[in-house]
Design a protein around this ligand. Sequence first.
Ligand code: GTQ
Ligand code: FE2
Length: 358
Amino acid sequence: MTAGPHLPNDLQAQRAAFHAELERLSIMPLWLNLGAAVQSEPRVEGVPHIWRWRDIKPMMLRGGDLITPQEAERRVLMLINPAFDRKSARTIGMIFGGIQFLMPGEIADSHRHSPSAHRFIIEGDGAYTAVDGERTLMRKGDYVTTPAWAWHDHGNDSAQPMAWLDGLDLPFVNLLDANFFEDYAQGDHQRQPILRESEDSLHRWGRGLRPAWQAPARSDLSPVLNYRWTTSRDALHALRHDAGSPFDGIILEYVNPLTGGPTLPTLSAYLQLLRRDEHTQAHRHTASTIYHVAEGGGGSRIGGRDILWEEGDTFVIPSWVEHEHWSTGGEAVLFSYSDRPILRAFGLLREAASGRKD
Ligand code: GTQ
Ligand code: FE2
């Protein structure tokens, strides 16, 4: 396998010539790059990282003065893993995270694309997102879905800046060379018409009852537009006396009510409560995760390094890196999302508790 110095000189020379000729034919011998094909476990390029809200917030306000959403298409501060190409639109694994913000009175025009998106509201109260003819007013802590190829636009009719964490499956879609985009703009119309009452999708599909006269448009996407913070948080606290997961505490997955599965084909999202003095056990899995601190503070030991976080911070845990979480000085609530459905669909999901003995 290796062309070591113990080889006769003529064989070494013949191999080198052979490899050079192959390369001119765009052919590589597997034995020169065996690691590209087989690895005893993932060699993960992305690194654990935290983006702090105290760094992001002032940049967001400056960005608000410097560029309009129209010029930007979407005014988003992309969170790019330090180990990745600046132009990769990749935060970790097969997922992207970015901070989008709208100043009072601003709108972001309608468009649609083949990547799937969802959002978790960080700050502000009352900007809207419209998706496929329904508009929802967003509040801090809401979780909003934007399925692939759905028309969507955002607008801030409130008096405060509005910021949210965007999650998209951009690295996956780009890897598959399947990224399509379309502008809605039709003459003077930069925004799609609103065809349904606010909360329509919630009443129709999100209450444990469904309209018996109507079949859902499709079942592989959640028909619920906005999973309200008050509802999610109430559910979390209602279950607070359960043992929960040893690795995640009380953790709830946002689900597609039609299937019980993830809200989007490529993204799963969670809300988790770390109770006072809770310290979870370490584990690792092949799903890559982006965390956002919704409430409180604490820390995570990720690959042996402690990252301390507080409300508004966003951090990532790469595939197959051991991690554990704890709350500090009270309770903490973490929102997170991962590429788990992709791994699961292809039989690539692995999970293992840490071998650590306490
Ligand atoms: O809000 O429509 O962060 O299309 C990246 C691409 C947000 C959006 C992003 C997008 C959007
Ligand atoms: Fe979009």
